[in-house]
Design a protein around this ligand. Structure first.
Ligand code: SF4
Length: 388
C-alpha cells in the first residue's frame, strides 16, 4: 500500500539533511557562556547498549563508525537512564530541549528498554530525534512517536542503504538470505501510516549510504520507489566516511574519491528524475563539496553542544567518541555522577590550554568527526582563527 508523506516541514528538513541545523547563534557568545559555566547543550544523544547477548549491535556492518569498539559489558540500568534523562530537563541554567536516540557501534532500537527512555523524553516535552536501522520497532514505540501533542520537530532517520534484499545483506555484511530489507521498509510504513492516521507531525527521513556493493542504477531506482511508497519525507544519498580502525578505503566497501565521482555522475540523473515528488530525494557529496579530507576538525567544541551518553554509561565528548577506548576524554561516569555535575566539570582558568589537552587525547585516540561535527567545529576554527 502506498502511504502519502505528511506535509513537509521543508525548511527544517532541508537544513537537517544538509547538516546545516543551527546549533547556536554566535560562537563568541557561546564561549562566554562556556567560561561562565552557564552553557546548556543544544542536544544530548543517548546511545544505549543492549544488555543481553555478546554483540553490541544487530549487524556487523563493515563501514560502521564504531566497529572497532570493545564491549566491556558496562551498562547503566534502565532506571538510571530514566533518572539521567529527567536530570537533563532540569538544569541549573536551563533544560536540554532535544534528545537524540542513536548509537555508536550500537542501534538504539536494539536496546531492550528503548520505549521507556523515549517515553520519558516525550513526557518531559523534549524534542525526540531517532537514528536507527529500524530492523525492529514495537507497537508501543510507534504509539509513543506518533502521539498527538508531540513536539512538531520530532524526527526519525532510518539508515536503509539498499534497494533490494540482496543489496541490503551485502551492505550490512549479512551472510544469510534473510529478507531484512522488506522488513525495514514495512517498519517505516508502520510509522508513516500511524503518523498520517493521527495527523501528527513526525519527520520520516531515510539515508542511503552509497557503497561499492549497493550502487547499481536499477537497485538505486527501486530503492527510491520503495521508500516513496512507504511515505517517507526524504531520501538522502551520500557516501560513507572511512571508519576508525581503517587508514583508507582498502579492505572496506567505502568508495574511493575516484569512484565517488563516477557513481555521482551515473546516479545523479536517476535521482534528479524524482524532482517533482513530494518526497525530497537528494544526493550529496558533502566531503567533496566542503573539501573535508581530515579526520577531525579542531578546536573541538562538541562536548558543550552535543555530548552523548555512551553504551558503557560514560558521558562522552560527542556522538563519535562514545566507547571505552575514548574514556580518557569522557566527561564522567553516569553510574556515579549526575548529568550537570559532569557536564560543568572543566577548567576555565586557561580555557585554550584545557581544550588543547583534550585535543592531544583526541589525536592519540584517533577520533573521527561526523559531518555535523566537522561543520560546527569549522565555525570555531574560523571564528578564533586556530589551525586544525
Ligand atoms: S570526533 Fe570530532 S567532535 Fe568528536 S571528539 Fe573528535 S574532534 Fe571532537
Amino acid at each position: 500500500m502506498t502511504v502519502a508523506p505528511a506535509p513537509a516541514t521543508a525548511e527544517d528538513l532541508g537544513a537537517r539533511i544538509a547538516y546545516k541545523t543551527r546549533y547556536f547563534d554566535d560562537p563568541y557568545e557561546l564561549v562566554e557562556k562556556i567560561l561562565a559555566k552557564t552553557v546548556v547543550p543544544y542536544q544530548v544523544e543517548v546511545q544505549p547498549g543492549r544488555i543481553k547477548g555478546r554483540e553490541l549491535c544487530w549487524m556487523p556492518c563493515s563501514y560502521c563508525y564504531g566497529g572497532s569498539s570493545e564491549n566491556t559489558g558496562e551498562r547503566l540500568t534502565p532506571e538510571r537512564y530514566v533518572d539521567i534523562i529527567n536530570q537533563t530537563a532540569n538544569g541549573p541554567h536551563g533544560r536540554v530541549d532535544k534528545m537524540i536516540f542513536a548509537g555508536y557501534a550500537t542501534d538504539p532500537l536494539n536496546y531492550e528498554f528503548i520505549d521507556d527512555l523515549m517515553d520519558t523524553s516525550r513526557v518531559l516535552n523534549q524534542v525526540i530525534g531517532v537514528h536507527s536501522k529500524l530492523l525492529r520497532i514495537s507497537d508501543r514505540l510507534v504509539d509513543v512517536l506518533t502521539r498527538p501533542g508531540n513536539r512538531d520537530t520530532n524526527y526519525v532517520t532510518v539508515s536503509v542503504d539498499a534497494g533490494t534484499p540482496e543489496s541490503y545483506n551485502a551492505t550490512h555484511s549479512i551472510k544469510s538470505k534473510a529478507n531484512l530489507y522488506d522488513k525495514v521498509v514495512e517498519n517505516i510504513a508502520r510509522l508513516t501510516r500511524s503518523r498520517n492516521e493521527r495527523g501528527v507531525p513526525l519527520d520520516l527521513a531515510t539515508n542511503y549510504l552509497v557503497t561499492r556493493v549497493n550502487n547499481d542504477s536499477a537497485v538505486v531506482e527501486k530503492g527510491i520507489r520503495d521508500l516513496i511508497g512507504a511515505g517517507v519525507d526524504s531520501i538522502r544519498f551520500s557516501f560513507p566516511q572511512v571508519p576508525r580502525g581503517h587508514e583508507d578505503e582498502v579492505g572496506t566497501i567505502v568508495p574511493t574519491r575516484r569512484e565517488v565521482i563516477e557513481i555521482t555522475s551515473r546516479l545523479k540523473p536517476i535521482i534528479d528524475s524524482f524532482v517533482g515528488e513530494k518526497t525530497k530525494v537528494v544526493l550529496m557529496d558533502y566531503d567533496g563539496e566542503q573539501g573535508i579530507s581530515e579526520r577531525r576538525t579542531l578546536p573541538c567544541f562538541a562536548r558543550f553542544i552535543y555530548p552523548a551518553i555512551a553504551y558503557d554509561g560514560y558521558l562522552s565528548n560527542c556522538s563519535q567518541s562514545g566507547a571505552p577506548h575514548f574514556r580518557d576524554m569522557a566527561l564522567g561516569n553516569m553510574q556515579t555522577r549526575d548529568f550537570w555535575d559532569a557536564f560543568y566539570d572543566y577548567d576555565t582558568t586557561d580555557f585554550w590550554a584545557t581544550l588543547e589537552r583534550q585535543h592531544e587525547k583526541m589525536i592519540k585516540n584517533d577520533c573521527r568527526c561526523d559531518r555535523k561535527e566537522h561543520t560546527v567545529n569549522r565555525v570555531f576554527q574560523s571564528a578564533f582563527d586556530r589551525p586544525s
